[in-house]
Design a protein around this ligand. Structure first.
Ligand SMILES: NC(=O)c1ccc[n+]([C@@H]2O[C@H](COP(=O)([O-])OP(=O)(O)OC[C@H]3O[C@@H](n4cnc5c(N)ncnc54)[C@H](O)[C@@H]3O)[C@@H](O)[C@H]2O)c1
Length: 445
């Protein structure tokens, strides 16, 4: 079998994108056994709740073909392989338990990673090193140090990267950000980011079930991976792993990649905000949080408030469980405010909302943001063109940084100084140590 190296596959895809007027159809054998001519070939790692949603979206795209799946739960794996094979009317999609076998396939261009947070860094870095482009779920990483390592690996291997922070594809969020970036508020002085509080029982397990046997077909050791081995408990398993710090980051980290991501996007024009959203970071972070007992099944913070000062004198508050901080992102400036959340945009002057849409249509905005053709489609377009996506790894990492820092500040009960350029906590070795976490052997980043 003749297959192209990753670099050659990438160059070939770019060439095909550039030759839109005279499409170049390549023989299937050149691009790998399971690649029908010029389609982008994809593998999926983690196909649970969100992975299933991502799979559905990618299966609808005609310019890619999902050729491999990986999950450590046989039931999820079988179902996902079946969906792909049904969609394509063949048996070409293969299933794997070990993501390293999937990544070793040279005929796969890109991967979609939707595993629990504690796996993202290991799998994404391995994917980058294997020359894959990456669609990875938010929050980018389980610890701050993992996020830093992921950015380095993606940059070193020139990966095209899309994060699952899909709110950037939506008109409402884009209009709100355009209002802020085009100076309707004047210089922004304050931003409120409202996230959920408590715990959601996504897995419908409650949190009271006793430890129990591992379900058939699940490799629990592989599921636990770099996290600490704990007895199997259904309340810490599928979906509800996010409510235990061993594997997730609670509501703060589950949501920061959505609304704080939008807040940073609004601040990206240095004239009115504080600088590009792929490099911005707070100067200081202080926080309070209410934590259940450490040994509770669900031990992540139920109520929290993170107060940051950003460059250019912007105060950013990120909170869950405070009535006055409403869900979404809200920017304030001398001329008023703009707020946005899923399904709702509002402003102190509502005429601005109509105006921004009209001006966008006429093309007369100073800062006109990219209109996404859809989060998955945009990723595939960028895989071909090698352009940056709307939510590249650097942006995702910066969007979640204040959440990681807020958790550390709340645990220690003191204000942290952050050097965003060096990505270091200044003068606090104890806090700096909490930027990382010991991984269970043999896993390491
Ligand atoms: N973008 C969004 O709107 C959105 C929404 C929900 C979840 N998410 C994110 O998606 C990710 C997955 O969350 P979920 O709710 O779907 O979790 P889930 O528990 O439903 O699914 C995770 C899947 O990963 C599998 N898995 C675990 N370890 C694995 C390994 N080593 N190799 C392969 N597969 C493995 C599990 O068996 C399971 O099938 C999380 O990072 C979460 O934050 C994003």
């Amino acid at each position: 079998m003749t297959t192209l190296s990753h670099t050659n596959r990438r160059s070939m895809l770019r060439l095909m994108a550039a030759s839109a007027t005279a499409p170049l159809i390549l023989p299937r054998r050149l691009l790998g056994a399971s690649a029908p001519s010029n389609k982008i070939t994809m593998g999926f790692i983690g196909i649970g709740w969100q992975g299933g949603g991502n799979l559905k979206a990618f299966l609808q795209q005609d310019d890619c073909q999902v050729v491999a799946m990986c999950d450590v739960d046989e039931t999820h794996l079988k179902e996902a392989v079946g969906k792909a094979n049904e969609r394509y009317g063949n048996q070409d999609c293969k299933g794997y338990k070990d993501f390293r076998e999937l990544l070793a396939r040279k005929d796969i261009d890109a991967v979609c990673i939707s595993t629990p947070d504690h796996w993202h860094a290991i799998q994404a870095i391995a994917a980058a090193q294997a020359g894959k482009d990456i669609y990875c779920e938010k929050p980018l990483s389980h610890t701050l140090n993992e996020g830093i390592a992921m950015v380095r690996a993606a940059q070193k291997n020139k990966c095209i990267w899309q994060t699952g922070s899909w709110q950037r594809r939506e008109g409402l969020f884009r209009w709100a950000v355009e209002l802020v970036q085009n100076g309707y508020l004047g210089k922004v002085t304050r931003v409120e980011v409202g996230l959920p509080a408590g715990h959601n029982d996504f897995g419908k397990t409650g949190k009271e079930l006793p430890d129990g046997p591992v379900p058939p077909g699940v490799d629990y050791d592989f599921w636990t991976g770099p996290a600490q081995m704990m007895p199997f408990n259904p309340c810490r398993f599928h979906k509800n792993w996010r409510w235990n710090y061993n594997t997730g980051g609670g509501q703060l980290m589950d949501w920061i990649g959505h609304h704080c991501d939008i807040a940073h996007w609004g601040l990206a024009n240095p004239k009115y905000g504080c600088g590009p959203d792929d490099a911005v970071g707070p100067l200081t972070v202080s926080a309070t949080a209410e934590y259940p007992p450490k040994d509770a099944v669900w031990n992540t913070a139920t109520r929290y408030r993170v107060e940051c000062v950003y460059p250019n004198k912007v105060d950013v508050v990120i909170a869950g469980g405070y009535d006055e901080i409403k869900s979404g992102a809200k920017w304030y400036g001398p001329n008023g405010w703009v707020s946005v959340t899923r399904g709702t945009i509002d402003a102190s002057n509502r005429q601005w909302i109509r105006e921004i849409q009209d001006r966008e249509k006429k093309g007369d905005l100073d800062i006109q943001l990219f209109k996404s053709p859809g989060h998955q489609q945009e990723f595939l377009d960028c895989v071909r063109s090698r352009k940056r996506t709307l939510t590249p790894v650097e942006v995702a990492h910066r969007s979640q940084t204040p959440g990681h820092l807020g958790h550390i500040a709340a645990l220690l009960g003191r204000t942290l100084k952050w050097d965003a350029a060096k990505e270091e906590i200044v003068g606090d070795p104890e806090a700096s140590k909490l930027m990382g976490k010991q991984m269970r052997a043999p896993w390491k980043v």
